[in-house]
Design a protein around this ligand. Structure first.
Ligand code: FAD
Ligand code: EPU
Length: 338
């Protein structure tokens, strides 16, 4: 295990920001992680997966522990279900593809989400009508202060929309080392109702979709809308979609009859932040090196040599505009790192 000094994180964050870390170590086993956590120099280290949901605001004053624990296997199974166990350092999309090749159903709608397996439970990743919590079996975490390992069952995690206990009460307390998912071996329950999947399958000429077909449809939709971080720095949706009281949503719907919205329960409605941002005129408009993407207004983009501060300044500009036009507060989905 090599501890490096003054390491550039440009390759390790999907905004492509040129930021340094004073100390950097990559761990490939839980044991190595436990060793590093004992080292006082790494006490308040940033835990980094694929860096696709962080905005590094400036050169870091704290070290980085990069999680690269590999491995995918079936750890238990019966005739209907398999429990798939994956190391926190596995690329999420590789896990999705592995499951499809092995005819295991449940995460095909989560194809092409960037990042690594260990970060998936942190914000309960979701897309196209499926969330990690739908297939979560359990996860192993190592306590940053104690070095002890703990199993988190689904009911321990308080999963919600882009939310979990790891972003709240247990923020920065545990490092996830293993994730286990409960997937179907037979009678796969396909989720086709959301976000143009059915239309895309039709356009692909698919009549009886397989897991692979659904994954290919999701990939096709995502590629058409979302910029690829390897060519255009971004971190996906920069904000979460705001959840507002139904009275507020009704008020807005009377002013903007075309406004898309999703009912959550009898009290709350979710309004797409991308729509709100588009209405404020920021979609596709650039401000120096930054802007909201021209195909998806929710995606903050680094068009060149932006700094973290510039990106955050623009995010705040957009938040202010949405607040003054709609009296709705946008909250960053991306983790701001000082
Ligand atoms: P990182 O950015 O490295 O880390 C994110 C946070 O998790 C940080 O706070 C970090 O400290 C913490 N963390 C990372 N690994 C661990 C660990 N092992 N233990 C404890 N804490 C950890 N997200 C969605 O939900 N749905 C989408 O559809 C989606 N689409 C995206 C599209 C694009 C183009 C991009 C760039 C991003 C998208 N995202 C989406 C966001 C991102 O892919 C997810 O949040 C992903 O889970 C981040 O993984 P990561 O490994 O890159 O995490
Ligand atoms: N919209 C606009 N203008 C835009 C963008 C969107 O009017 O510029 C409208 C669309 O027309 C649509 C609605 O907003 O009616 C929703 O748009 P979309 O289906 O693109 O999804 P989203 O709500 O913007 C969410 C997630 C994505 C996820 C997709 C698909 C959040 C914050 N984002 O985006 O997740 O991939 O749904 O399920 O919930 C991420 O978290 O990083 C991410 C990309």
């Amino acid at each position: 295990m090599e501890i490096k000094e003054q390491v550039s994180l440009t390759q390790f964050n999907s905004f492509g920001l040129s930021v340094n870390a004073p100390l950097f170590v990559e761990v490939t086993t839980s044991l190595a992680l436990q060793e590093v956590l004992k080292d006082p120099r790494f006490e308040n280290a940033l835990i980094l997966g694929g860096g696709s949901n962080v905005l590094l605001l400036q050169d870091l004053s704290r070290p980085v522990i990069k999680i690269s624990i590999p491995g995918i296997r079936i750890s238990e199974e019966n005739e209907q279900t398999a429990i798939v166990s994956a190391g926190a350092g596995v690329v999420w999309h590789d896990l999705v593809m592995w499951c499809i090749v092995n005819n295991l159903g449940g995460i095909e709608n989560l194809s092409l989400i960037p990042g690594l397996v260990g970060a998936a439970p942190i914000q309960n990743i979701g897309a196209y009508g499926v969330e990690l919590s739908d297939v979560f079996y359990n996860a192993i975490g190592i306590g940053r202060k104690t070095g002890d390992s703990k199993i988190f069952e689904a009911e321990d995690c308080n999963f919600g929309y882009r939310d979990s206990i790891f972003k709240n009460e247990l923020k920065d307390e545990y490092v996830i080392t293993t994730l286990r998912l409960s997937l179907t071996k037979v009678n796969h329950q396909l989720h086709l109702d959301y976000g143009g999947i059915t239309q895309t399958l039709d356009a692909m000429g698919v009549i009886t979709p397989t897991l692979d077909d659904v994954a290919r449809a999701v990939i096709r939709i995502r590629r058409a809308k979302l910029p690829d971080p390897s060519t255009l720095g971004n971190a996906g949706s920069f904000f979460t979609n705001p959840v507002v009281l139904k009275t507020k949503a009704a008020q807005m719907a009377s002013l903007y009859p075309d406004m898309p919205s999703y009912s959550i329960d009898d009290q709350f409605t979710k309004i797409p932040a991308g729509w709100l941002i588009e209405q404020t005129g920021f979609k596709g408009k650039t401000f120096g090196n930054v802007g909201m993407h021209n195909k998806q207004a929710l995606v903050l983009v680094n068009y060149g040599n932006a700094t973290g501060a510039e990106l955050w300044e623009h995010a705040q500009r957009v938040m202010d505009a949405v607040m003054s036009k709609f009296d709705i507060e946008l909250a960053p989905e991306v983790n701001l790192i000082n």
